[in-house]
Design a protein around this ligand. Structure first.
Ligand SMILES: [Zn+2]
Length: 56
């Protein structure tokens, strides 16, 4: 198996309040384990809300 420097997945961040996807980010498997949760500004809620990783 070849080693890759780019072991990161494209991940979407969804607002936990309105369930809209607001951000696209990259998740590094080595840095993040488990579910990604970030507090970010949601333009739909007009507030900083919890954004969680959206599963496909
Ligand atoms: Zn929202």
């Amino acid at each position: 198996m070849a080693k890759s420097k780019f072991s990161e997945n494209l991940t979407k961040l969804r607002c936990s309040v309105c369930k809209r996807i607001n951000y696209n980010t990259r998740k590094n498997k080595k840095t993040f384990e488990g579910k990604l949760e970030l507090k970010k500004y949601c333009r739909w809620c007009r507030a900083s809300t919890k954004h969680v990783e959206a599963k496909r």
